[in-house]
Design a binder for this molecule. Structure first.
Ligand SMILES: [Zn+2]
Length: 415
């Protein structure tokens, strides 16, 4: 057992399922808190210092002084593309000059340029390139991270990416959850129908055991509703869970389709319709995952977070970390944008970045809040209160990161 004591203030959402609507703003605040962690990394007790008999009963307890710091749950980044093998900063600069995306794609940029990088890289290259991003995410307070494939677009290349994601989970303290996103784009010079058939007949049968989730980029110019349903139905028959890229570039009924398919999340939602909002509000499972760093990076309007929350949806936020439209592994920055750009309160944003991110990955029972029986995933910050976190823009005040009860990152001030 380990006892983290002298926590100045602990903030956490509560519950073993996503928080919806106004419940997203309910954050428990405990002054002078302790967290007692079992040897298996789960929480035995959280609250004000327990009576001495409880501790005596536990026998040997290692005691860690948290020096009055603030504790928050580790972030659950439920949407990233964090296995890639090259960057696209020149394309970023061209976009800043106003060059249209189609022109950039014609010059060899866009998703297909990341596909080129992956095709010419080995698994070792991909792991070496991606690992610093995962390690930085950890040092910035993320303790669980979803990673999607999708820059391979061929069975053997998608396999490389999923294998690299698995190794990132083994070679760093980050907990990685894998998603297969073969239907991210159609490769150059391949007819759309042929590629959908390849996903159905070749990639899914070969790769379904390597990923927990299957995701599809359902949008204008990418995959239609019919193709999405076909791919996801096959994935479900293989026992996979579903996530969808939905209503980002245009409203194509993505949110409602995600609900229909029983998806764990519908992601992006920049162009979501009133019907889409209603469908998500009525769904028991599907979380609305918003990616404000992408909206900032692409200079487009943010997703309607307030409308979604007021309708009673469960909203999550994530980084979308990828080399094209969101080159950031910083969940705290996503939280800042959620507050500044999408008018979420700091409490709602914290719930979105932790408990609801866990729900978007089917892990709300074990992750996403600091509660008895959940994993002891939490972060110590040198800040005066929760509100300071989004307020101190793009600067990290993390002092230590604790994953499964162990200090995996001690960032500063000699912790
Ligand atoms: Zn994405």
């Amino acid at each position: 057992m380990k006892l983290y004591h002298n926590i100045g203030k602990l903030y956490t959402p509560r519950g073993f399922a996503a928080a919806r609507g106004s419940a997203m703003g309910e954050i428990e605040e405990i002054e002078n808190a302790v967290i007692l962690v079992r040897d298996d990394g789960t929480i035995e007790y959280v609250g004000q210092p327990p009576p001495v008999p409880l501790l005596e009963k536990e026998g040997e307890v290692e005691s860690i002084d948290c020096r009055g710091l603030i504790a928050l749950p580790g972030f659950v980044d439920s949407h990233t593309h964090c296995v890639f093998a090259g960057e696209r900063s020149l394309e970023f600069a061209m976009r800043a000059e106003g060059k249209p995306y189609q022109d950039i794609a014609r010059m060899g940029g866009g998703i297909l340029s990341s596909v080129q990088h992956v095709h010419s890289a080995s698994i070792d290259n991909i792991v070496a390139y991606s690992k610093p991003f995962v390690e930085r995410a950890l040092s910035l307070g993320t303790t669980t991270m979803e990673i999607k494939s999708g820059y391979g677009l061929r069975a053997e290349e998608e396999r490389k990416l999923l294998e690299a994601a698995k190794r990132l989970g083994e070679e760093t303290p980050m907990e990685i959850i894998k998603t297969y996103l073969g239907a991210h784009a159609v490769p150059q010079n391949v007819p759309q129908v042929d590629y959908v058939l390849e996903v159905l007949e070749k990639q899914l049968p070969a790769l379904h055991t390597m990923a927990e989730f299957c995701d599809v980029f359902m949008d204008e110019g990418y995959f239609s509703k019919e193709e999405t349903i076909q791919i996801c139905s096959r994935a479900k028959a293989f026992g996979m869970k579903i996530k969808l890229h939905a209503d980002e570039l245009a409203e194509t009924g993505g949110a409602a389709t995600a609900v229909e398919l029983g998806a764990y999340s519908a992601d992006h939602l920049l162009k979501i319709s009133e019907d889409g909002i209603r469908a998500l509000a009525e769904s028991e499972r599907t979380v609305a995952t918003l990616l404000p760093i992408t909206a900032l990076s692409l200079r487009v309007g943010y997703a309607p977070a307030r409308k979604l929350i007021e309708a009673g949806c469960a909203v999550a936020i994530a980084t979308d970390c990828n080399p094209g439209s969101a080159m950031s592994e910083n969940m705290q920055f996503a939280l800042t944008l959620a507050v500044i750009g999408m008018q979420m309160s700091p409490m709602e944003a914290l719930t979105a970045a932790t408990l609801n991110g866990a729900a978007a990955l089917g892990r709300a029972e074990t992750h996403g809040s600091i509660e008895r029986n959940k994993l002891a995933d939490f972060v110590l910050y040198d800040i005066p209160r929760l509100e300071y976190l989004p307020y101190h823009i793009a600067v990290s005040d993390v002092v230590a990161v604790i994953k499964g009860g162990k200090i995996v990152e001690a960032c500063s001030r000699g912790f």
